[in-house]
Design a protein around this ligand. Structure first.
Ligand code: OAD
Length: 231
């Protein structure tokens, strides 16, 4: 096929070599924090300070992180591939953008965005958000991190599903396949006959569903895969 349509899903593993911890690897974020406390609407209602502090710390860390060869290779694929390339990430960091990618679909939200719980307005988050931050649009003191928490619906699902329905190739990179709906994308892609490839350090939960699996570090596997696609 001359110009295949490609859908890429990235997860925390692609940012690991940039110094940002993953969630479920040994010593990962979910070994240090309880999901119920920092990544649910109920946790935010109980203790907003704890949640705001958690994301402030992650925002500060992401602000100084730099993209690695995996992010750079995907930006090159977007720039040079003649077919469609849809880049979907579960990551809330901006390392794809820092590497030069554009139109990145952040299905789990973004650290650099704030969301008003009163009017749904979004604006660039300050490095240090605070509890009761005021919305610049409606003036309600109801700012929250613009992160999709457990129990909330991921963003841009219609657009992602449209891209998957037209995909010739689906690649999942650095994601453990634990969190739906993202973990189900491989089945959707397989169903319409796309080629599927997983690039992970350790095999993900859904590894058996992929046609092609390439174990290893994203900084090595992703540039090699991009070279193959670009010929
Ligand atoms: P996980 O922490 O669950 O999985 C990270 C994956 O990256 C694992 O499969 C690792 O083997 C792999 N990995 C680690 N280092 C790597 C490297 N250098 N190169 C390639 N792969 C590497 O992270 P996600 O799957 O992204 O959601 O987690 C999905 C969602 O769960 C997150 O978006 C977050 C979390 O709870 C919310 O907070 C809503």
């Amino acid at each position: 096929m001359a110009h295949p349509s490609i859908v890429i899903l990235t997860g925390a593993g692609i940012s690991a070599e940039s110094g940002l911890g993953t969630f479920r690897d040994e010593g990962g974020l979910w070994a240090q924090h309880r999901i119920e406390d920092v990544a649910t609407p109920e946790g935010f209602a109980r203790n907003p300070q704890l949640v705001v502090d958690f994301y402030n710390a992650r925002r500060a860390q992401a602000a100084t992180a730099t993209p690695n060869a995996g992010h750079v290779a995907l930006a090159r694929l977007q720039a040079e591939h003649q077919g469609d390339v849809t880049l979907v990430t579960q990551n809330v960091d901006d390392l794809h953008e820092k590497a030069g990618s554009s139109d990145v679909i952040h299905m789990h939200g973004a650290l650099n965005s704030a969301l008003c719980r009163a009017c749904d307005h979004r604006w660039p988050a300050p490095l240090e958000m605070r509890v009761g931050g005021v919305c610049p649009s409606c003036a309600a003191p109801r700012a929250r991190p613009d992160i999709v928490w457990f129990g909330e619906i991921p963003y841009h699902m219609e657009r992602i599903e449209r891209a998957l329905a037209a995909a010739d190739i689906f690649a999942a990179i650095g994601t453990s396949g634990n969190v739906y709906p993202a973990a189900g994308f491989v089945q959707m892609a397989t169903h319409i006959g796309a080629k599927t490839v997983e690039m992970n350090l350790d095999p993900g939960e859904t590894v058996a569903l992929f046609e092609d699996t390439r174990p290893g570090k994203a900084s090595q596997t992703v540039p090699a895969w991009v070279d193959e696609i670009l010929g």
